[in-house]
Design a protein around this ligand. Structure first.
Ligand code: ADP
Ligand code: UVW
Ligand code: MG
Length: 401
């Protein structure tokens, strides 16, 4: 029997998303999500193979190790346990790969050490990724474990986009530069967008707006990233669920010197108590929109700030690319929040950008255009599929394909 199944683990700061995919036909044998890890209200939602009812487990999952063990139990209950000989490999999303990792990589102790060394520049993500890998290694020590890095797609960015305008020697010594994140999603979505437009990716320019809890924009020219909004860490750029995105770096000195905050306190403020949560006490766009509809002033201002930042990046990347074939929305907010898409391109008719109200309001899981039929620049919604992309890269590596 050939092993054709890949388990993909996407371990986030407080969640684990997973999918078991059969690469023979791309069928999803199981998918699931463990949320609020570390809290008393953890939940694990497991979706078994087609036709089966989703199952939910409630109750504390103390850490990522506990969460993954629960995931393994759920898979086993469907006869899809990690001991299955049909499992070819486990693919892990790893957020920060630094300068070293620009390709999918077979994980060994040297690789893990490097991922560990990068924890300070991905403090919400790399620790969870490492725990995911270690637990998976313990459960199946004989199986290849492959890391697919969020930073990889951005590694070909031109130097003028990747470098910050700071002293070169200091920057080089400490590897301070723009790495960019969500690369697996930006790569997948930009390729799918070219397909949707019926164009060769090598001749297509797109602005990808990946709007989830973490959010980032990228400018993709002919299939290559030429700029992206996240930087040394996933803190820079757009306004996010709990992260500030762009601020004057002197805010950090000011909070240290004048407000007496420690480095760790400022770090925690900007990563966990900022963004939409900091502005209006809520990071879920569904709830924010509900409050905006009710006339809530804090939620309305937070929404306006979110959109204002998004517009600035659309304008900036339009200028970077020169000609744009499509602006594409993806991830939880981008795929589902029609008001965000409408507001982001409002007033940009001079740039050839507009959405059609009806097309924008229609739902669906398929890639689709939402701009008016004759639009010069297309606006699209393309659901991301980081897990499938990770599974494909993992399978290609282990099968030598
Ligand atoms: N129907 C919806 N309308 C608006 N926002 C939504 C909707 N569904 C999901 N979201 C948003 O998507 C976010 C999660 O996106 P996702 O891409 O899964 O993020 P992450 O991978 O960072 O956890 C949630 O915070 C929520 O605000
Ligand atoms: C890099 C990053 O911000 O990832 P996420 O959106 O999953 O938090
Ligand atoms: Mg995500």
């Amino acid at each position: 029997m050939t092993a054709t199944r890949i388990l993909v683990l996407n371990s986030g700061s407080s969640s684990v998303k997973y999918q078991l995919i059969d690469m023979a036909d791309h069928s999803r044998l199981a998918t699931g999500l463990a949320e609020r890890i570390g809290e008393d209200t953890s939940t694990l939602t497991h979706r078994p193979p087609a036709g089966g009812e989703p199952r939910e487990r409630r109750g504390r999952l103390a850490d990522h190790d506990a969460a993954l063990k629960a995931v393994a139990e759920e898979l086993a209950a469907d006869g899809l346990g990690l001991d299955s000989p049909e499992l070819a490999a486990i693919g892990h999303r790893v957020v920060h790969g630094g300068l070293k990792f620009t390709e999918p990589t077979l994980i060994d102790e040297v690789v893990l050490k490097e991922v560990e060394r990068l924890v300070p520049v991905a403090p919400l993500h790399n620790p969870a990724n490492i725990t995911g890998i270690r637990t998976a290694q313990r459960l199946r020590p004989d199986l290849p474990q492959i890391a697919v890095f969020d930073t990889a797609f951005h590694s070909t960015m031109p130097e003028h986009a990747a470098r910050y305008a700071i002293d070169v020697k200091t920057a080089d010594e400490h590897r301070v530069r723009r790495y960019g994140f969500h690369g697996t999603s930006h790569a997948y979505v930009s390729r799918k967008t070219a397909e949707l437009l019926g164009k060769d990716p090598a001749e297509t320019n797109v602005i990808v707006l990946h709007l989830g809890n973490g959010a980032s924009a990228s400018a993709v020219r002919g299939g290559r990233c030429v700029d992206t909004s996240m930087g040394l860490t996933p803190l820079e750029g757009l306004v996010m669920g709990t992260r500030s995105g762009d601020i004057d770096p002197a805010v950090v000195f000011h909070l240290g010197r004048v407000a007496g905050m420690s480095m760790d306190e400022v770090d925690e403020l900007l990563n966990k108590r900022s963004g939409m949560a900091g502005l209006c006490g809520e990071n879920d766009m569904r709830e924010i929109r509900r409050r905006v509809e009710e006339g809530d002033a804090a939620a309305t201002l937070a929404f306006e700030i979110y959109i204002h930042r998004l517009k600035k990046y659309i304008g900036a990347y339009y200028a970077v690319l020169g000609t744009v074939d499509a602006v594409v929305f993806t991830a939880g907010v981008g795929e589902n929040a029609a008001p965000v898409r409408e507001a982001a391109v409002e007033g940009l008719a001079e740039l050839g950008l507009a959405v059609d109200g009806e097309l924008n309001a229609a739902g669906g899981r398929e890639p689709r255009l939402i701009s008016p039929r004759d639009a010069r620049v297309k606006v699209a919604v393309v659901p991301t599929d980081e897990e499938l992309e990770i599974a494909e890269q993992t399978y290609a590596l282990v099968t030598g394909g």
